[in-house]
Ligand binder design. Structure first.
Ligand SMILES: [Zn+2]
Length: 141
C-alpha cells in the first residue's frame, strides 16, 4: 500500500480510541496498525477504508490483515490480496521466487565450493563463548 502511512496510522488510531472510549473495547497500538497496513495489499483507498471500518468494529480485538480483509469495502476497486511473495535468496531485491535464472553451477563446482567452505571452517579458530572468555579473564586477574 502506498499512502501517507503516519497520517493513516494516526487517523485509524483516533477512530479506535473514540470507539474504545464509547464502548470499552480494546484500543489499538500504532505499531500494530502500522504492521497490518503494510501487510495488507491493495489500492490505498481500499486499504485505508477497510482499516477505518475495521477500527470501528468493537469485536475486532487487534488490527490485522484478516480483520482488514473482513471489512473490505463493498465498492472497492479490487478484491483484497495478501503478500506471500518470498524474495529469491540468490538475487535479493531483484525478484521473488521462483527464480527465473536459477544457479547454473555444475555438481563439480558445487563440490569444489563445499570443499573450500569445509577447509575454511577447519582452519578457523575454535569458537569460545563470550561467557567463557570473561570467566577465564576473571580467573587470570
Ligand atoms: Zn533469482
Amino acid at each position: 500500500m502506498t499512502l501517507h502511512l503516519g497520517a493513516a496510522i494516526a487517523h485509524i488510531a483516533s477512530i479506535r480510541t473514540e470507539l474504545a472510549t464509547r464502548t470499552g473495547c480494546q484500543e489499538w497500538e500504532q505499531a500494530g496498525i502500522r504492521a497490518a497496513l503494510i501487510a495488507t495489499e491493495g489500492a490505498p483507498a481500499d486499504v485505508s477504508a477497510a482499516a477505518c471500518l475495521a477500527a470501528g468494529d468493537p469485536g475486532l480485538r487487534l488490527p490485522s490483515v484478516n480483520g482488514f480483509k473482513a471489512h473490505w469495502p463493498k465498492n472497492a476497486s479490487e478484491s483484497p490480496r495478501t503478500s506471500h511473495n518470498v524474495p529469491c535468496p540468490d538475487h535479493p531485491g531483484e525478484h521473488d521466487m521462483p527464480c527465473p535464472n536459477p544457479s547454473t553451477l555444475t555438481p563439480e563446482q558445487v563440490a569444489q565450493l563445499a570443499a573450500e567452505v569445509k577447509a575454511a571452517l577447519a582452519a578457523a579458530p575454535a569458537y569460545v563463548p563470550p561467557a567463557i572468555v570473561r570467566a577465564k579473564n576473571q580467573e587470570e586477574a
